[in-house]
Write a protein that binds this ligand. Structure first.
Ligand code: B1M
Length: 210
């Protein structure tokens, strides 16, 4: 669809106002929020990621693309997932220490809220202590961790170790995800579950709170 490729190409240029306006028009044309996300915003971000890897664009362009992505996401948020009246439980989410990527984590939060979970979003660059203390203090039953860098993935293992050390690992379960994270890595570090995308993360959390 024309408008979806326009969203993708404006996002590639980092034109956040155009992305916001086009996302609004797409919603007014009654396109599904999930389709606008996948074939518009995420398609554009994929191109930016590939160009960044090939050194065709640099950090400033990626930052502008991320700002444009967030402008579109803000409008999609109320439409992603059906809001459920009853709270299914509390989930603490965040991006692990040293890691500033938060777009995927934000999506996970939006989807979890849409599915009826109470979400406590700790943001990015979150220390193991903050994850564990917050889960303990709020009575959360799940911690969801995101990592986008191979160098920050070990932060997930530290959170799981700290939960064990404090005897909380049976009451607070863990879900991990993010582009470099694999099911095998999740198993290796003793995570309870691995979500390959935001929608799957919701399924994982539902299973864990059972
Ligand atoms: Co950076 N970056 N970045 N970056 N960045 C990547 C991740 C990279 C793959 C780019 C590349 O080389 N092609 C590369 C990592 C290489 C590696 O580690 N192997 C990289 C690098 C190297 C860096 C810097 C080190 C660059 C530098 O400074 N030289 C630096 C690090 C800063 C830091 O964190 N300390 C850096 C900085 C940045 C920006 C700040 C400019 C910006 C982030 C802005 C922001 O998030 N607010 C940025 C961006 C935007 C990217 C790319 C282009 C896009 C990431 C993104 O948002 N994707 C990325 C390339 C790429 O991934 N193609 C790249 C869209 C998002 C929806 O996908 O987060 O994967 P994602 O989430 C997915 C799934 O992974 C999953 O669900 C989502 C889909 O539904 N998921 C979960 C995510 N979390 C989950 C949690 C779950 C379950 C599923 O359970 C809890």
């Amino acid at each position: 669809m024309e408008i979806l490729s326009q969203i993708a190409s404006e996002l590639e240029c980092g034109a956040h106002e155009a992305v916001r306006a086009l996302t609004q028009s797409a919603l007014e044309q009654e396109l599904e929020a999930g389709v606008i996300l996948e074939r518009g915003l995420l398609a554009g971000m994929q191109v930016v990621g590939d160009r960044f890897r090939n050194h065709e664009v640099f950090l400033p362009e990626v930052l502008l693309a991320a700002r444009a992505m967030n402008a579109g996401l803000e409008l999609l948020e109320p439409h992603l997932g059906k809001a459920v009246a009853l709270s299914r439980g509390t989930v603490v989410i965040g991006t692990v220490q040293g890691d500033l990527h938060d777009i995927g984590k934000n999506l996970v939060g939006i989807m979890l809220s849409g599915a009826g979970f109470e979400v406590i979003d700790l943001g990015k660059d979150v220390s193991p202590e903050t994850f564990v203390d917050t889960a303990h203090e709020t009575g959360a039953s799940v911690i969801g961790m995101s990592a986008l860098l191979t160098t920050t993935m070990p932060g997930m293992k530290k959170v799981i170790a700290l939960l064990k050390e404090r005897g909380l690992d049976s009451s607070v379960r863990t879900v991990v995800g993010g582009a470099p994270v694999t099911e095998e890595f999740a198993r290796e570090i003793g995570a309870d579950s691995y979500g390959f995308d935001a929608a799957h993360a919701v399924e994982c959390v539902k299973e864990l709170v059972g």
